[in-house]
Design a protein around this ligand. Sequence first.
Ligand code: SAM
Length: 242
Amino acid sequence: MSDIAYLDAAARTPIGLDYKRFSIDALDIRPQQTVLDLDCGPGTDLGRLTATGAVVTGMDADETMIREARRRYPEVEIVAGDAHDLPFGDGTFDRLRTDRVLQHVADPGRVMAEIRRVLRPDGLMVTAEPDWDTLTVADADEETSRAFCRFNAGRVRNHSMGRHLKRLAYAAGFEVRAVTPIPVAFEDFGVADTILGLSRNARLAVAEGVLEKEKAEEWLARLAREPFLGSFLFYVVTASRP
Ligand SMILES: C[S@@+](CC[C@H](N)C(=O)[O-])C[C@H]1O[C@@H](n2cnc3c(N)ncnc32)[C@H](O)[C@@H]1O
């Protein structure tokens, strides 16, 4: 599955639809305001953002994402740029959102400081990130589940980013208005397999000697056969620039 297909699939899940709606509502966008979708990806949320009547700019660091976002939304300005060094002047935007980029960046504190810089006074930021350290998968073999979840989290650079958003926002000079932890539960093995990469990452964990092959195969077979439940916490933080 390509990165674009993955992002589209994640955005179509009920929880993807819910938290995205929530995080866009939290931006409290008024028509004509300037809004930056800082990690717009293939344009996942540009339709919903432009529907508010705002003047929306998308930005991403990845050329493939930018090409797709421009193809989907030719009317929106899509800029290539790095979140650590935003290609915009001070105080350019009324509203800014990020959605699962801070978990990947080299220096989240610097990105937060850049977000503050490009927002106008009284501007609002809404940022949404998972906390992969909270992932649990229900199975009789708890040892394999725990080892898998730790391995899975360890594959993401800033795997517990969700819980750090409030701290980072204050450190950058924001006033945090709301911290909303959202419990995410997958009850369908197929959906969880796509979004959490159960089979793919279990294979990698075996290859890296973290899981025993036989145990991992039995674990996956049981998860696919039995009633499934996997869950983790996702955080949405709303903050204003004084
Ligand atoms: C998990 S995707 C989320 C995309 C989109 N927000 C969505 O919800 O579908 C993270 C995005 O951040 C972009 N990205 C990663 N590092 C970046 C950086 N340093 N600056 C800007 N964008 C970055 C990736 O190219 C990718 O499109």
